[in-house]
Design a protein around this ligand. Structure first.
Ligand code: UDP
Length: 455
């Protein structure tokens, strides 16, 4: 059964839901679309699978299109992802061609023309906008203006929703992608520090978790044990874990270094639970490296398995969750752990400090030694760990649940549509003026003709 908005009443209250319904009514029967490049694996797919359903429940006809890419394409876009997060990459004409060709092909598959607005997520589908005619009608010659505005393609606002850390991108890549980005009518980033110098409006909307998803719902202790047993994770020692795609940006090797340091002072086990995203071809290589390293240590459980209930169980069973990312747009896994009352020790990067308030909902760290020190501190002070976990849960409840995110998206869609309608208003008045001067011209012409015929 799909979740409905009313199902969230017990968590956020009826007043909050009514606010969302009121705001959404202006979008009733509007036809919107989200576009991204993977159905599972990673935070974007996670968010869309909740938000798109809820938008439809609110009466907003919202679709979700997936960009179909070849392995080559995803190799290129992974490089672009790296470059946007600051890594130097080789930006060749060949890479640009692969990027454009797949987007052009997807334009033939997506049929986004009939939508009132489109939201494109992350860099993979960025150039799609190039293949849709969104010409401002006032750039047209005057005559078509007079045959009525309906004859024109309506300006369809496009929003670029960027989920990654673009604070210090590799500049040749940024300059290349900026040509696509500036075609958009608005942009959304997850934190103030990701805003860029660009001409269009930029909105800050942090991501969110769905408290009712299988990954985040309440589960019993017996269920947690069942899933730990199923995957051979022992519960005889304190448990630390990182739950993240196998991606070098998540620094799984750094997590193993932290674990080795901690274990010298407190016996414990480490779970590295990860999955792969279809748009990240490097995942299995990273996993192989993790496995090789894990074999050399005892007490490391490196698991690659796609299971929401396992994620839920590990986040609940852990004494401390680590998020040792090198760069991070937001890091849903942080909020997921905090929502379960598990304290988090995480890198002080990207969107993580929005979630981890240092010393209150967890600890922010800058290196392996600090990370090990803080993990150890929490393992040795379970009361403190519990207190931080509880504070974390409250913080997530107030700020990072899907209902807040839904309201933010509705507001941005409304605002962006309003701005484009305002442009339509301007066009109508141009049309009126042109029409009346044309008619005036015609009547003057007929007067002249009649004067001539009179001789
Ligand atoms: N995830 C999962 N299974 C795993 C590892 C991660 O379902 O084995 C989920 C995780 O619970 C979270 C999402 O993938 O919902 C990752 O989102 P995040 O924002 O943390 O990072 P991203 O992968 O988008 O960089």
């Amino acid at each position: 059964m799909h979740r409905r908005l009313k199902d969230y009443e017990g968590i956020v209250g009826e007043k909050e839901l009514q606010k969302i319904r009121n705001e959404a009514s202006a979008l009733s029967e509007k036809h919107l679309a989200h576009v991204n490049s993977t159905y599972y694996g990673g935070g974007v797919a996670e968010i869309l699978s909740s938000i798109v359903i809820l938008m439809n429940d609110l009466g907003i006809r919202t679709g979700w299109r997936l960009l179909k890419g070849s392995p080559d394409f995803f190799t290129v876009t992974k490089k672009f992802h790296d470059g946007l997060q600051g890594k130097k990459i080789h930006l060749t004409e060949q890479k640009k061609k692969v990027f454009m060709d797949i987007n052009e092909m997807n334009h033939h598959l997506c049929h986004l023309e009939g939508h009132d607005a489109v939201m494109v997520h992350d860099p993979q589908p960025l150039p799609l906008i190039n293949f849709y005619s969104r010409k401002q009608p006032w750039t047209w010659k005057p005559l078509p203006l007079m045959v009525g505005l309906d004859a024109f393609p309506k300006k369809q606002p496009w929003i670029w929703r960027c989920h990654i850390d673009i604070s210090k991108p590799y500049s040749p890549l940024w300059n290349y992608l900026k040509d696509f980005i500036t075609k958009y009518d608005a942009m959304i980033v997850s934190a103030e520090k990701f805003k860029k110098k660009l001409p269009m409006p930029q909105h800050i909307i942090p991501p969110s978790i769905d408290p009712l998803s299988i990954k985040n719902m309440e589960i019993s202790k017996s269920k947690i044990k069942k899933y730990l047993d199923k995957f051979g994770i022992p519960d005889d020692k304190p448990l630390i874990a990182q739950i993240s795609r196998f991606d070098s940006w998540k620094d799984p090797m750094g997590v193993i270094d932290v674990y080795c340091k901690v274990r010298k002072k407190a016996d414990c086990n480490l779970v590295l639970l990860g999955n792969f995203a279809t748009d990240d071809p490097e995942g299995s290589k990273v996993y192989q490296k993790v496995l090789e390293r894990a074999k050399k240590e005892r007490g490391i459980y490196a698991i690659a398995f796609e299971s929401q209930i396992l994620v839920n169980s590990v986040q609940r069973a852990s004494d401390v969750v680590i998020q040792k990312s090198l760069k991070e747009g937001f890091g849903l896994t942080v909020s997921e752990a905090l929502w379960k009352g598990t304290p988090v020790v995480a890198s002080n990067v990207g969107g993580i400090p929005l979630q981890v308030i240092n010393g209150k909902t967890g600890y922010l760290v800058n290196n392996i030694a600090q990370c090990a020190d803080r993990v150890l501190h929490l393992l040795k002070n379970p009361e403190k760990a519990k207190e931080m976990g509880q504070a974390g849960k409250e913080h997530v409840k107030k700020n990072f649940l899907v209902t807040r995110h839904l309201l933010d998206y509705i507001r941005v869609f409304k605002k962006t549509l309003k701005e484009s309608n305002a442009m339509r208003g301007r066009v109508s008045s141009v049309r009126k003026n042109v029409s009346s001067s044309f008619l005036q011209g015609l009547s003057n012409l007929s007067e002249i003709m009649s004067e001539i015929s009179k001789g």
